[in-house]
Design a protein around this ligand. Structure first.
Ligand code: IK2
Length: 431
């Protein structure tokens, strides 16, 4: 087709679109459809991984991503997961779609795991659980549901310091966000008085997001007595509890202890919304296994809520992935596998706690005069070290040690082989 170029710029700057005229006289676009798209910043967490991968120094250490590593620094597939996979393979299951809400057995098992003895409402049908695309999918589904149906101000109060993806997930669904006081930068621990005060001063009927355990990024968890007080304040103010549990079992090594907050809220009569992830506690990261649960007041309400959850899921991912959910289900519902899983979850938590101790000892051995007690005082996969941006940059430039620039250390990336090197480097940049 002969083209007569007019060379006319339709838009200015780097959004130039040159129009061309075909011999028929019709005006067509000549330049790319996407010349106006500007490159965005890298993801704060995955961006660290990319920078680490580009570094070829033999002693490099990646303390950025929150994914468990064994003492050789290698990803660890839980032996119970391997066993479950073998059992599933022998069943020669089909690859049909799961229902929109996912597998019935998985949904019930996930809810039972979270609520334990506080889960009477499960047998009474006063809840609905959707199988989701891991914890992120659960959060996104929750956000879309709350945006549509939360009856009061559609603003989510998140802890001041929260997982870097919380606000993007919530705001992509159209929810406003704000913060409540959570972390004390002086002690590097949870700030109970600040949190109580903040929660008391939120408008009544606020929508409040909590991390159930192993707070990301701070590793600073409320103690049981703090949760009791938080629950009471939220009840008095009629706040809605939106609780994200991405690390059940991973914090203390005990699935029940880690679910304390969730169960305390239920015990106190909160009809909450819960998101769950099996990425960390079963090591099913890439399998994307998660759940979202909403508690209801009646079976009629359950029916209505579930129907609307389905309506939200259908145009998002239609049906959840089946493989990981089958693995999780067989582990949760087979005694032998479940018992093995408990031991393996605990071993991950124990190695994490040990690495905290070793890092702390290493800094003491180096002769650091700073107070590093928060390294062992915090819990879970991450330590919020208190290192500032310049120190983080020096660790990267001088020692090839990578972490997010807020100073978050993924403790599970430490091993008996690299922990002393990391301690020495941290001491050097904080002298
Ligand atoms: N909620 C919280 C609090 C999380 O920490 C995560 C996982 N984050 O892990 C990556 C990192 O911070 O390095 C999630 C939800 C959701 O995780 P997923 O979608 O993998 O289940």
């Amino acid at each position: 087709m002969a083209l007569l170029f007019t060379g006319r710029n339709l838009l200015k700057g780097n959004s130039a679109t040159v129009l061309a005229k075909a011999s028929t006289g019709a005006v067509i676009r000549k330049s790319s459809w996407w010349s106006h798209v500007e490159e965005g910043p890298p993801d704060v967490i995955f961006g660290v991984v990319e920078a680490y991968n580009r570094d070829d120094h033999p002693q490099k250490v990646n303390l950025g991503i929150g994914a468990y590593r064994d003492d050789n620094g290698k990803p660890w597939v839980l032996p119970v997961v391997r066993k479950a996979e073998k059992m599933l393979q022998e069943k020669e299951l089909d690859k049909e779609y799961a229902g929109i809400m996912g597998y019935e057995t998985f949904r019930k098992a996930a809810a039972k795991l979270a609520f334990g003895p506080q889960g009477d409402f499960i047998e009474n049908g006063l809840y609905t659980t959707a199988q989701t695309i891991s914890g992120t999918g659960a959060l996104r589904l929750a956000a879309n549901y709350l945006k549509k149906y939360f009856p009061y101000d559609k603003k989510v109060y998140v802890p001041d310091r929260t997982w870097g993806n919380h606000v993007p997930v919530l705001s992509h669904a159209g929810l406003a966000t704000d913060t409540y006081k959570y972390y004390n930068p002086n002690t590097c621990m949870f700030d109970p008085e600040g949190a109580y005060d903040s929660l008391k001063n939120l408008p009544k009927n606020s929508l409040v997001l909590f991390h159930a355990c192993a707070h990301n990024p701070t590793g600073a968890d409320p103690y049981p007595e703090h949760w009791e007080e938080i629950s009471k304040i939220c009840k008095d103010r009629n706040h809605f509890i939106f609780i994200d549990m991405a690390y059940q079992g991973y914090a203390t090594g005990d699935l029940n202890r880690d679910a304390f907050a969730v169960r305390q809220f239920v015990k106190d009569g909160h009809k909450l919304l819960l998101t769950q992830s099996f990425a960390k506690n079963m090591g099913l990261y890439g399998e994307r296994v998660g759940a979202m649960t909403i508690l209801t007041d009646s079976k009629e309400e359950t029916k209505a809520v579930e129907s609307q959850v389905k309506i939200i899921i259908r145009p998002m991912w239609a049906n959840p992935p089946i493989n990981g959910a089958r693995i999780a289900t067989i582990i949760l519902s087979t005694k032998e596998l479940y018992d093995q899983w408990l031991v393996e979850v605990k071993s991950m938590a124990d190695r994490t706690i040990l690495m905290r101790e070793r890092l702390h000892e290493g800094l003491e051995k180096e002769g650091s005069k700073l107070n590093w007690s928060h390294i062992t005082g915090q819990i879970g996969m991450f330590c919020f070290s208190g290192l500032n941006e310049q120190q983080v940059q020096r660790l990267r430039d001088d020692f090839h040690i990578y972490m997010t620039k807020d100073g978050r250390i993924s403790i599970v990336a430490l091993t008996t082989k690299n922990v002393d090197y990391v301690a020495k480097a941290i001491h050097e940049v904080t002298k």
